[in-house]
Write a protein that binds this ligand. Structure first.
Ligand SMILES: [Zn+2]
Length: 198
């Protein structure tokens, strides 16, 4: 089993056009260390949202957010020197715009990221299929869109991995990014998500 290949779940927190990707890999031997490490982390809920400004500057991430993101090898905000925009969409339910969005993206040869929930994959599987076929990234927005700091580890695992497995089984697509529902997370919930794998 030494050479068994693990599939890592990459966590991503994306705030509108700014992306936080939390990428990490753990070896099997790390499991015990991981649980005591997790116990030492803060489970205090952080609510992050963009404070809009009109000076064309990137929003301030705040030192605590930056710390959590750096610790988990995440990307919160793109490089301000590079003129790139990361387009991400939350797909909690279909409000009737996604078809048109996909059409416009295709016409302009732009790829985006769509974060989907359990409700979305159950109600609009054909659109998820289309997103994948057209080269977009599908991200995990959990099964029920619950605030992660309000859940215990088992519940987080279920919320994340049940959707992960459903998408994999339906489309053979492995999600690598996660956006925490409601923009709510804790140091602990982000670190825990980073340990999940199939
Ligand atoms: Zn959401």
């Amino acid at each position: 089993m030494k050479n068994k290949k693990y599939y890592y779940l990459f966590c991503i927190l994306i705030f509108t056009i700014f992306t936080v990707s939390v990428i990490n890999s753990f070896d099997k031997e790390d499991t015990i260390q991981t649980s005591s490490f997790l116990e030492s982390l803060d489970s205090k809920k952080i609510e992050w949202g963009i404070k809009r400004n009109d000076n064309h500057k990137q929003p301030d991430l705040g030192s605590l957010n930056k710390k959590i993101i750096d610790e988990q090898e995440g990307i919160a905000i793109g490089n301000s020197e590079s003129k790139k925009v990361y387009l991400t969409f939350d797909e909690g339910y279909e409000a009737g715009y996604t078809e048109k969005i996909l059409e416009v993206l295709k016409q302009n040869e732009v790829k985006a990221t769509f974060f989907i929930t359990g409700h979305y994959i159950n109600s609009k599987p054909e659109l998820v299929k289309k997103m994948i076929e057209e080269g977009h990234i599908i991200g995990n927005h959990t099964v029920n869109h619950k605030s992660m700091p309000s859940l215990n580890e088992e519940q987080i695992k279920k919320e994340v991995m049940d959707l992960h497995t459903a998408v994999y089984e339906k489309f053979g697509y492995e999600m690598k990014y996660i956006r925490p529902p409601k923009g709510e997370y804790s140091q602990k919930s982000v670190a825990y998500c980073n340990t999940l794998r199939i």
